[in-house]
Design a protein. Structure first.
Length: 180
């Protein structure tokens, strides 16, 4: 027996696919076009605005969209920009970070409307993101000391993302399309 799907269900699924695709693209472009390579570590490191966009997407659209946008947006950036070895690490780390931000910001029906919980969400997401990158870098380079040099850049990138996303989300939540 064939399952019947209504027009409105198909329309909702299509909109959801378009929304997630646009969020992936926004994270990717913010990471690609607005980044600075750090000279402090021999193995690289970037500070980019993709983190701010990941936070914004997660707060506006929740944990699932945040996880997908972070994982695919930043993973894709790594694949196309010469950081290919980092793509699986970014996929896990940024997917997890997007999920954590969205889960906390959307907890108990808040839907990203609480500035205090949005701030808490971004702060809580930082240690797991940095831990995944630390472990990944340790595995890649076979050294558990060298990854410590990436921690300052990770902190700068996350704090910059937090500073940008909180006022942007507060502003966007005043627009009827983003109110929930």
């Amino acid at each position: 027996m064939q399952k019947t799907v209504s027009y409105s269900t198909n329309k909702t699924r299509t909109f959801d696919l378009i929304l997630k695709s646009m969020c992936i693209a926004l994270v990717f472009v913010a990471t690609l076009l607005l980044n600075i390579k750090l000279p402090i570590t021999a193995n690289g490191g970037l500070v980019h605005l993709g983190t701010a966009m990941l936070f914004i997407v997660s707060i506006l659209f929740g944990p699932k969209t945040g996880a997908i946008a972070g994982a695919f947006g930043m993973g894709l950036f790594d694949l196309v920009s010469g950081w290919t070895l980092w793509a699986p690490i970014s996929f896990v780390s940024r997917g997890l970070q997007g999920y954590i931000v969205g889960k906390i910001a959307w907890s108990n029906g808040r839907n990203g409307n609480s500035i205090a919980f949005n701030l808490l969400a971004t702060i809580v997401s930082m240690p797991p993101m940095m831990a995944v990158y630390y472990i990944g870098e340790g595995i890649l380079y076979g050294n558990w000391i060298a990854p410590a040099a990436s921690i300052p850049g990770d902190l700068v990138q996350n704090i910059l993302g937090l500073i940008i996303c909180i006022p942007v989300c507060a502003f966007l939540k005043k627009i009827p399309a983003f109110k929930s």
